[in-house]
Every structure is written in structure tokens, then in C-alpha cells.
Ligand binder design. Sequence first.
Ligand code: PMP
Length: 425
Amino acid sequence: TYSYPKSAELFGRATRVIPGGVYGHLGPAEGCYMPIQDYPLFTQRAEGAYFWDVDGNRFIDYMCAFGPNILGYNDPEVDAAAEKQQRLANCTQNPTPLLIDLAELMVDTVAMADWAFFAKNGGDTTAFAVMIARAATGRDKVVLTHGAYHGVAPWMQQLGSPGVVGSDVSNNLYMDFGDVARFERYVEQHKGEIACFLSTPYHHPVFDDNRTPPEGYWQRIREICTREGIVLAIDDVRAGFRLDVRGSDAYYGFQADLQCFCKALANGHNISAICGTDALKDAAASVMYTGSFWMSAVPMAAAIACITKMREIDAAEICLKTGTALTRGLRDVAKANDFDLSVSGEPSLWYMRTTAMDGVPDDNLLLHQAFVAECVRRGVFFTNHHNLFTNTAMTDDDITFTLEVADAAYKAVRARSRRILSPEI
Ligand code: PMP
């Protein structure tokens, strides 16, 4: 199995000059890569469904860079469009006409969209969604769901996190995903005070089983928001384009007022987008909101090529199909080895957890961590406590390889636990 001497050496260097070594969700502290000695920490190169680490180990990548890789790394059409634009202009005084081409394409592609606006990160767009809602309604409060992630602005984080103070989150009201009754109570308690309901289209927190919307949930929320003048904003940063290229609201049969996109939008080129309805266009225009690189043309060229290809090949359908075959296979492999594997969420960005061995439950995730570590050390890159992703470059052979690795990994976990229980073996 793999080892990571160069990664370890580089991480040592990194910790001397960078806070946390590798910070944020790509780092071992926040990235759900536990136990970290089982993971590579630095990449050398990537192609299609794979990446190679600095030690020369190859991985099939089920994190897809936390989502951006939807067509395969280095997709030739997307990268050719970006390279062509790079030779013309990227970051200049004025935007290029690609700004309009991309906005027109978004409006044509995303079902709810009458307009589009571009930034860099997902969090730029979720923050903008709330500002637009406040500008439009003149209200302060925002309803959010417990455990959802919308970015790194202080108001999006948990009270008690370092650097976050009470006033950052004092306008937030939290409910469980799916709890319409709680939402109704908030609406009554805070009549005329709620600007926005901001939520992911289905619940995909870390460290917890994912939850798809209960029957009729979004339709009820839509009705209440319309009745009460609350802006319904969907954070489709993670699920966007992996359920339906028209937006995840369309996938679940409702219409959002604002919808945020990022990760898969340009297959790894740095751009995010927010789409809105005509009713919110003036409010969006009224907010002072921009950034140094937000009009850069190269990522816009990449996004146009990526959306065009995602539509042509029905990328979401492919990702869902691959995810369905893969998760079915993984569950079967677990069962054949007398482990239980729970799979939740949508198959193109599923969440999984090994819940029992030989019928003995394990709720503390240690069994699952051990399984994931054994997979990673054999070239299948999973993480423990975050949802995983499929992309359109993954083949049937990749699934077969993954299932063989999963089988070997479960056998290794069993051997390991036997050794723990009976050290003489
Ligand atoms: N919303 C969701 C659902 C996300 O998954 C993320 C990123 N993990 C964000 C918002 C924030 O995006 P970014 O990190 O690009 O700011």
C-alpha cells in the first residue's frame, strides 16, 4: 500500500511558514482527512478521474477537488477555451463580451434565471444573496438550516468558532432541514422581519447522514416565502450541475428567487455565479458588490465551454448513473464482508458511513475511518466525513477497480480489528 514521505516532508515545511500548514477544507485539520497519515497532502498532477501525489501515487479522486472536477481534470474543450482567451485578454480594465455571453448562457440554462452575476468563490454568492434579499425587503433576519455550510464570512459560521462574535450571527435563525413547522413558527414570531431563507437544495452537512427533501417540502417552503415576502435563496454551490443543469430547484420541482453556483461551473477554473429573478434585479444592481478578479475573462471562457459540454452530454445524468452503480456496488461489497454501509444523499454527491461489522454497530465513525484509510492507501481517494463526488470521466473499469479496492479494504479492516482484539494473531 501507498506511503507519503514527500507529502510529510512538504507538510513540515508548510507548517513553518503557513498557518495550519495547509489551511481550510483542503488541509488535514478541516478537510475531514482523518487519520492524516493515511492521506497524501500535495498533488503533482491530475488527468481525467485521477490525480497523482508528490510521491508518485495514483488516486481515483472521489472528492473531485471538493466538487469542481465534473468533466475530468484537464478537460480538453474547457482548457482549450481558457487558453484561447488567455492569449487575448484576462484581467483588464473593462470586461470582455464574454461577460454577456456567459450571462446569456446561464439565463438560457438555469430554469429560474432572468439574470446572472459572477464572482469568484461560492461564499461571495451566498453573501450576495443575503445582501440582495435585505436590499429588496428592508428586513434584517435570515433563516438558515443547522449544519449547513455557506462559506467563511463570520455570519455564516458557528457562534463559538474562533473569530466569530455574537453580533455576527445575531440576525440568524436556525431550523432543521425539512422542518416546515419550525419555519412557520419563525415566520409568526418574526412577522415582517425575515429577509431571506437560505438553504442548500438538500442537506449535505459533514459528519452526518445527508438528507434529501421530504415529499412536498420545497413546495411548502416556496408557498410560505411567497406569502410572507421572504426571498428564497438556494445555495447550489456544491450540488449545482450534479443533479440537473437547470439548477437543483428545478430538479426538486420548485423555483428559487436566487440560486448560487460555483464548484462545477467551470470545471475547476475560478468563477462563481448567482442567478436571480426579474423581481430582484434592481435590488441586485443597488448593492455595491465586486472584486479585483471578478470580471476576469479566462474563467468565463472556461465556464461557457463547461456549461455547453455539460448540457450536450447531460453531465448530471452521467454523474447520477455512475454514483448509483458505484454506491450499489460498495454496499454489496460491504455486505459480502459482513459490514453495513449506509449511503445517503444523492448518488452524484453521496455520503457514506460504515455503520456495523458482524452486526455490531459503530456510531463513532472509527470503523469507517479505518475503511476509508485502507481505500486511500490503495489508490481510491475518499474522505471520512464529507460527501463524495462522481464526474463524467469515470469509467466502468474505474468502478470495478474501486470495488476491488473496497473489498481489499474491508478485509484489511477485519484483519486489523482482529489484531487489536487478539494481538497474537
Ligand atoms: N456553499 C456550499 C454548499 C459549499 O459546499 C461551499 C464550499 N464548500 C460554499 C458554499 C462556499 O464556497 P467557497 O468555498 O467557494 O467560498
